[in-house]
Design a protein around this ligand. Structure first.
Ligand code: SAH
Length: 216
């Protein structure tokens, strides 16, 4: 796969656009500069990869908008070696950005062909990313607790099980809404065994989180 000067040029322009839209975390911006987003796009549409927009990737799913990826990545507030669970691998783009930040990532995806394609694209990160096929609406208890959980699909409510899988001090970032295609971004921080802080960060549009604790 190629990453030509023309791609790099468009990518730098996109990242400075994100900065103008209010993304401030330098590590996040630098990580996004390193990930060729066009690799995660359907072949014939690579030329659209450096617009700040979501795009269909088949199976009724989308690659998230770059601004949304930056926003959620900034909110989970991770460091090198943080243990992170991503729910909704999709194209693999968000996973690549997290791997570039140096986290140890577990990423779970419901749609098998999407996971297989993402696995192919993420092969160079195989020491950093473990991909899992299944329903992530109840998290993934096998590797819990996590420093951070990032949900990249819209949930009807905040699944309790996800809160339980956070370390003390851990953060859950999840879009939640009573409609399938419109959500508010929440960050839940686990302050102690039983106390959770809840913050809200504005409106977003995600594809629905399906599964047991998602939309049916
Ligand atoms: N992070 C992705 C965004 C993909 S869109 C990216 O960077 O491209 C959200 C993804 O969540 C879709 O691929 C969808 O199949 C997946 N998804 C929805 N419900 C899920 C569930 N319960 N468990 C795992 N994945 C789920």
């Amino acid at each position: 796969m190629l990453d030509l000067p023309v791609h790099k040029g468009r990518r730098l322009k996109l990242i400075s656009e994100l900065e103008h839209k209010g993304i401030q975390n330098k590590a996040v911006l630098e990580a996004m500069k390193r990930v060729p987003r066009h690799w995660y796009f359907p072949k014939d549409f690579e030329n659209l990869a450096y617009r700040d927009a979501a795009f269909p990737i088949g199976h009724d799913q989308t690659i998230s908008q770059p601004y949304t990826v930056a926003f959620q990545t900034q909110l989970i507030d991770v460091e090198v070696d943080s243990k992170v669970l991503e729910i909704g691998t999709g194209s693999g783009y968000q996973a690549a950005v997290l791997a570039e930040l140096g986290v140890q990532l577990y990423s779970i995806e419901y749609v098998k062909p999407l996971l297989q394609e993402a696995a192919r694209l993420l092969v160079s990160y195989r020491d950093k990313i473990k991909l899992i096929h299944g329903d992530g609406s109840k998290g993934y208890s096998k590797y819990a607790p996590y420093d951070a959980i990032i949900v990249t699909a819209g949930a009807p409510t905040i699944p309790q099980e996800l809160m339980k899988q956070l370390k003390i001090g851990g953060r859950l970032v999840i879009p939640v809404g009573t409609e399938r295609n419109s959500q508010e971004m929440f960050r839940i921080t686990r302050n102690s065994e039983t106390h959770f802080k809840r913050e809200k960060f504005g409106d977003f549009k995600f594809v629905p989180l399906v599964g047991k604790d998602g939309w049916l």
